[in-house]
Design a protein around this ligand. Structure first.
Ligand code: NAI
Ligand code: MG
Length: 352
């Protein structure tokens, strides 16, 4: 079980270190986990001139799973496309065809007070956003900025082919079968042709899963419904851009983006696991970032890539126990709780 560890930039290394700390519990018990670190993102650019060095890509390609931290940093935003930190992650997702991004959104009962919503609104919240990850405006051609008659024009193309839609649809319905058997597909089919195709393929695939209820929402209505009645949802399947936005929105239901793990899967068991958040330059290097999203991503890795569900359950229970004892990083702290730092949170989950 070879794991490529790619901590990246900003808070990435800080939170990934806590996930590794927790995984060490299982190494000590004899689970054959092997770790190999690689450079990715801005730090890789600084050291090698490229955000995705050849050695890192090879490591990611050969590993059974990838544990990723975060990439980015405002100092890199003026670099040419292809050399920006984010391009490294997009390349790994695309080249390894990790097209299915699972973003579970669970309200820990211990944390309902940290959500801006009323407890009764989110009590029992347990949904998963399934975001398509290798198509859409992020990759469609043509793209770019050019001049037309002396006027600058920016272009991106929303593109999906039917095969890409079909394969993510199957993942959505199969996932729903392991849960409450409801799929909500989110699109903008009233305005966008790409999404008209999306909706018709979802309908077509849905007929193969008569035991699963399929509904459709437009993205604007879905954004509203997610706040008004979050408990309504089980599996939300959507495209790359809408999934990005909806999952950040959904993170606030749980209290903090620092609580949201994710898994990006292809057709097999190989996956890339990462917190949903970015490299958070505003809090990097201060030992205040919440490492739970990264720790919970490691739990998803044990479950989805290695079939170690019992170990994954133990991590999730340990997180709940630590929260239940009142320990909080700054992002989820409330009056009456005990505020601690990143490393201490890792220590407590390890101990639990
Ligand atoms: P961000 O997710 O890094 O930060 C958004 C806000 O959430 C900030 O206020 C930050 O302090 C807070 N936050 C994030 N993670 C947290 C944690 N674990 N604990 C406590 N608070 C946390 O998104 P932002 O600010 O839009 O982007 C910052 C950089 O990260 C940019 O360079 C961006 O390109 C990159 N980024 C990278 C991603 C990735 O690696 N997959 C995803 C999103 C952004
Ligand atoms: Mg995002």
């Amino acid at each position: 079980m070879k794991i490529a560890v790619l901590p990246g930039d900003g808070i990435g290394p800080e939170v990934t270190a806590q996930a590794l700390k927790v995984l060490d519990v299982f190494v000590r018990e004899g689970m054959p986990l092997e770790f190999e670190q690689g450079l990715i993102g801005g730090c890789a650019y600084d050291q090698t001139g490229h955000p995705l060095p050849e050695a890192t890509f090879k490591l990611a390609k050969e590993a059974d799973a990838i544990l990723f931290g975060a990439e980015g940093g405002f100092q890199y935003e003026t670099l040419p496309r292809g050399l920006r930190p984010g391009d490294a992650l997009l390349t790994v997702r695309r080249e390894l065809q990790l097209f299915a991004n699972f973003r579970p959104v669970v309200a820990f009962p211990e944390l309902v007070g940290a959500s801006p919503l009323k407890a009764s609104h989110i009590d029992g919240l347990d949904l998963v956003i399934l975001r398509e990850l290798t198509g859409d405006l992020y990759f469609g051609e043509p793209r770019g900025v050019h001049a037309e008659n002396g006027v600058q024009v920016g272009i991106n193309t929303m593109r999906y082919d039917e095969r890409e839609i079909r394969r993510i649809a199957h993942v959505a319905f199969r996932t729903a079968r392991t849960r409450r058997r409801r799929v909500c597909s989110v699109d903008k089919a009233n305005v966008l042709e790409t999404m008209e195709l999306w909706r018709s393929i979802l309908e077509e695939v849905g007929r193969e899963y008569s035991d699963v209820t399929l509904e459709h929402l437009y993205i604007d209505a879905a954004a509203m419904a997610l706040l008004r009645s979050p408990l309504h949802f089980d599996v939300i399947v959507t495209g790359n851009l809408f999934g990005d936005i909806l999952s950040d929105e959904a993170s606030m239901l749980t209290g903090s983006i620092g609580m949201l793990p994710s898994a990006s899967m292809g057709e097999g068991t190989k996956g890339l696991y990462e917190p949903v958040h970015g490299c958070a330059p505003d809090i990097a290097g201060q030992d205040i970032a919440n490492p739970l999203a990264s720790i919970l991503s490691a739990a998803m890795m044990l479950r989805m890539s290695f079939g170690e569900s019992a170990a994954a359950d133990r991590i999730e229970r340990a997180v709940r126990r630590v929260l239940g004892s009142g320990y909080r990083t700054a992002d989820i702290a409330e009056p009456g709780t005990k505020q601690i730092g990143t490393a201490q949170m890792g220590d407590l989950v390890f101990a639990a």
